[in-house]
Ligand binder design. Structure first.
Ligand SMILES: *Cc1c(COP(=O)(O)O)cnc(C)c1O
Length: 283
């Protein structure tokens, strides 16, 4: 594999694809990000090696835990799969019958609260699991009162979404306090929030139960990867609700090559000079 962007791809050439100048960002429709040399290498090396996949998942999770400050971690198939698996983990937990039952949520808490200004296109990933979204934040009362009033016996979790265009009158920490007081989980969607590198640990430190990031944006891992971090029992539930287990997340498979590569990307991400990285993006 070559890091040299001037040589292009023989395979893409054979397909007759015209190269485009990416002046937008790490967007999926232009092919995502650029994997640094060590990430490409990790991917190539892994592809020639067989391992016990469950063991790989667990060890990779331990490394993610180390970098995020969370109890546990998991490589997922993009932040989108992260959202799907978060919802599944909050509803079915690690219960084998419930895991097999999804997307039928009968008998489970299956509502996710979402703030009105946090509604986003990717929320369909929660619904894939099949969580019901209940919007909050549109009344006369204070946001604190509205959130408290919105939580009921069907509430599985409160979603908190971070994006450049989003805001909420309540901080994540405030939402966590209210939700946890009522024994309700808080799941964070932070797909495009790396960099800043501080965000890797920030949401966990604020008390989020599960957080998901894209692996193929600023992290510069494979486009098809994401990371999930959080409470150990919930990450274990997430693992069971995902490939290679027969579950609602079976279609969201990550390959060993992708796991190796996103870990290499993560290792690089926490060690680099981010100012210098921005300079290369600007170029
Ligand atoms: C990119 C993005 C996603 C999807 O992430 P993938 O890793 O591509 O699955 C979800 N939510 C937001 C806000 C995003 O920017």
């Amino acid at each position: 594999m070559s890091l040299d962007s001037t040589t292009g791809s023989a395979q893409f050439d054979e397909l007759g694809l015209k190269r485009v100048v990416n002046g937008r960002s790490w967007v999926t429709i232009l092919g995502g990000s650029r994997m640094p040399a060590e990430v490409q290498q990790a991917m190539a090396d892994a592809s020639n090696t067989f391992i016990d996949f469950h063991e790989l998942n667990k060890r990779a999770g331990e490394m993610i835990a180390q970098y995020t400050g969370a109890e546990a971690g998991l490589v997922v198939a993009g932040a989108s799969a992260g959202l799907l698996i978060q919802a599944a983990a909050c509803m079915a937990g690690s219960d084998p019958d419930r895991i097999l039952k999804l997307p039928d949520t009968t008998g489970m808490k299956d509502e996710l609260l979402i703030f009105e200004n946090h509604r986003f296109g990717f929320e369909i990933c929660y619904r894939t699991a099949v969580a019901t979204l209940k919007e909050w934040g549109k009344g006369e009362e204070t946001l604190v009162e509205q959130l408290i009033a919105s939580i009921d016996e069907k509430t599985a979790a409160v979603s908190y979404v971070f994006g450049p265009w989003m805001s909420c009158g309540l901080s994540l920490r405030e939402v966590v306090e209210i939700a946890h007081e009522k024994n309700v989980l808080v799941i964070v969607a932070a797909a495009a929030m790396l960099p800043s590198a501080d965000n890797l640990t920030h949401y966990i430190a604020e008390g989020a139960d599960l957080v998901t990031f894209s692996g193929g944006k600023g992290l510069r891992g494979p486009q098809s990867t994401g990371i999930l971090a959080g409470r150990a029992d919930l990450v274990e539930a997430a693992r069971l609700n995902m490939s290679p287990h027969a579950s609602v997340g079976r279609g969201s498979k990550v390959a060993k090559e992708e796991i190796a590569a996103v870990l290499a990307a993560l290792k690089r991400f926490v060690s680099i000079d981010h100012e210098a990285e921005w300079a290369t993006w600007r170029t």
